[in-house]
Design a binder for this molecule. Structure first.
Ligand code: MEV
Length: 315
């Protein structure tokens, strides 16, 4: 029997990095997915196939020292086989619409889809339990994740999130598109988060001030989202970018993309950890084509809508 699950990628509209220190963030899932298919095999192995390569690990080798990016899947498979006292192994196939390492939630979406697909071989868990497992799995490679990315990939839609209060859906009727451009500078989220921690430790007062500016900006963004006021949301995104530049997570290449994007969109910023990855520009039907054209020299440019479905599974 095969167990299949898929989860959407995500963008962070407001609040990346500051959310690691408790600030509210606003995220939305996007219509690009990762699909994970699992099946039980007789061999006592965990076999993983993905765009990042193929890996085989012995279930009984006591340490999880598989290739770094595969650790979450090895963790989920080992834990599940142990829980159900199974003698065989699991084969896991990961197919993705989202390139990894570009800030669109590929790691979180694959952890969520894998948690649902692997546990789905033996039991049907509620989304809350899948999310808990997915965050545990992601922590095998990214110890300090706030958990926000996995949360929005699980529940889908547009949401506010903070570590203390968790996830809260934003139900207003917002209607926008995003133009997403990939800088093709790859990054490791955990390394960029570590760099921001050093910045914070060395610039305590400045960081406190930036944190409170971010928190105020997000309150205004929530009001603008309620009114579907795209021009205010866009201008707040561009202001958020200035705060991100101050904590050192933008790059020359990202700045160049942002300059182009801002010419025609309502506003633009990096999304996710930065240090590379993607920028997002807020658009609607009045300016989507012009913004895509502005960025067309960069071949990895596409538009996206909010995905309202979140985790999907078929057992
Ligand atoms: C990464 O998409 C978002 C960060 O805020 C890290 C996190 O919240 O886990 C940079």
């Amino acid at each position: 029997m095969k167990s299949i699950a898929s989860a959407p990628g995500k963008v962070i509209l407001f609040g990346e990095h500051f959310m690691v220190y408790g600030a509210k963030a606003i995220l939305c899932s996007i219509d690009k997915r990762i699909k994970v298919t699992s099946q039980v095999i007789d061999e006592r192995k965990i076999k993983i196939k993905s765009d990042l390569g193929n890996v085989e690990v012995d279930v009984d080798s006591s340490s999880n020292n598989s290739i770094n990016l595969m650790k979450p899947f090895v963790y989920l498979a080992t834990r599940t086989l142990k829980k159900f006292k199974k003698n065989g192994g699991i084969e896991i196939n990961i197919e993705s619409d989202i390139p990894s390492g570009i800030g669109l939630g590929s790691s979180s979406a694959s952890c969520v889809a894998a948690a649902a697909s692997i546990t789905g071989l033996f039991e049907k868990l509620p989304k809350e339990d899948i999310l808990k497992l997915a965050i545990e799995a992601e922590r095998t490679i990214f110890k300090n994740t706030s958990g926000a990315d996995c949360t929005v990939c699980t529940f889908g839609g547009l949401a506010e999130y903070d570590i203390k209060n968790g996830f809260k859906k934003i139900n207003s009727k917002v209607d926008f598109n995003l133009v997403i451009a990939n800088s093709k500078q790859s990054h490791h989220t955990s390394e960029v988060v570590e760099k921001v921690k050093k910045f914070k430790d060395n610039n305590k007062e400045l960081f406190t001030s930036l944190y409170s500016q971010e928190s105020e900006l997000i309150q205004n963004a929530l009001l603008a989202l309620e009114k579907n006021d795209l021009s205010t949301i866009g201008s707040l995104m561009s202001k958020n970018q200035i705060l991100l530049e101050q904590i050192g997570v933008s790059t020359d290449r990202l700045d160049l993309l942002l300059k182009e994007a801002k010419k025609t969109s309502f506003g633009a910023k990096i999304t996710g950890a930065g240090g590379g990855g993607c920028i997002i520009a807020l658009v609607d039907k009045s300016n989507i084509e012009q913004t895509l054209t502005n960025l067309k020299n960069h071949d990895d440019v596409f538009s996206s809508k909010i995905d309202y479905r979140g985790l999907l599974d078929t057992f």
